[in-house]
Design a binder for this molecule. Sequence first.
Ligand code: LLP
Length: 415
Amino acid sequence: MTGFTRVRGTLVCDEVALDAIAREVGTPCHVYSAALLTSRFAALEQAMASVPHRLHYALKANSTLAIVRHLRQLGAAADVNSAGELEVALRAGFTPDQIVVTGVGKTRAELARAVSLGVAAINAESFGEIDRIEAAAIAAGRDARIAVRINPDVEAGTHRHISTGASTTKFGVSLDEARVMIREVARRPRLRIVGLHVHVGSQITTSVEPLARGAAIVADLARELMAGGVALEHLDLGGGLGIPYRAGQPVISPEAYAAAILPAVRETGLVILLEPGRWIVGPCGVLLTEVVDTKTRDAGTTFVIVDAGMTDLIRPALYEAWHEIEPVVSRDGAAVPVDVVGPVCETSDTFASARALPPVVVGDLLAIRDTGAYGAVMASNYNRRPLAAEVLVEAGRWRLIRRRQTIDDLLQWES
Ligand code: LLP
């Protein structure tokens, strides 16, 4: 069994007991399973095997260097959303032709860097951006490869903060605008349209329909463009496949996902790119935290106060997201409803409300599950809290892949 399992009452990661890691590294601490990363990446690869494809791992989900390197070694390509992620991808060993650059507000500097590197595609989001890419291409004296990001006007059916495919959102251009844009680009010698891009939203679990519709819409446009002589190379269908944050929650399997998107795109003959983030890394991480206090209010609420906060995992505060929480070492006794909260001075610094948890006492370790995606990457230094340590478990051993920040680290940029 790869990943996180319970062995004689203790939560282990690939045979390494999590309490042993916490004792040495301290808490809060993110722990990742390399074996689970490997098997999840392979499962997605397998589901897509019937078409020419590339999995451009979305670094925004987790861009810790060792994680990105591991995925590169497995054969992933990369999707980056900022200059910072672009440099991380390069340092992790990706070559520019393995990188697609997305983002709704790329700066001139970011475009200049992407163009001069010669990335696989810049996913263009507006007419103005086309002009800026062209200026960068002329300045660099090289051609720029562009994919047009289509806003398909599809409701993703997920949390409104992470829905990106509706026409009311800031993302992409409409089909009509895309047609005009592509004609326009054909007249500009330094620009080449190589693909179409769509991303309807993230954490899609209830229906494949939005993903299938997004794919069908770009496939139809691709056929129309190719019939008109546009030499496309790929269709980039974005990310979005969700994971079961709640134990037993039904989700879409990679096979069901492939079965939904591939019929529409297969006969275009184009290479299919995906930009998965969460599905690959989400379940591969847990956040270890220690109970620092407990107290019960007259009204009956029991608070379990832990040393991790919204600064280490903001998803519950930002999206009211559910993450399973369990003691690392089980104690006997009936589960009782508690509020698991962090130390940050905000009421939103709450990981779970009225959650049934077995008895815990100060000093116990808890594991907050499925924090591999959008966990460490969304951390902040609010309340001057140092960023947590990160550990990778691989082949029965663990190693620190990012040490805990110190107060000196925090102050080194200040006068
Ligand atoms: N491609 C594009 C253009 C995206 O905007 C995203 C995610 C992805 C790929 C990767 O999507 P995934 O496969 O991970 O669903 N912080 C939020 C999630 C924000 C997702 C933003 N875009 C959360 O914690 O739920």
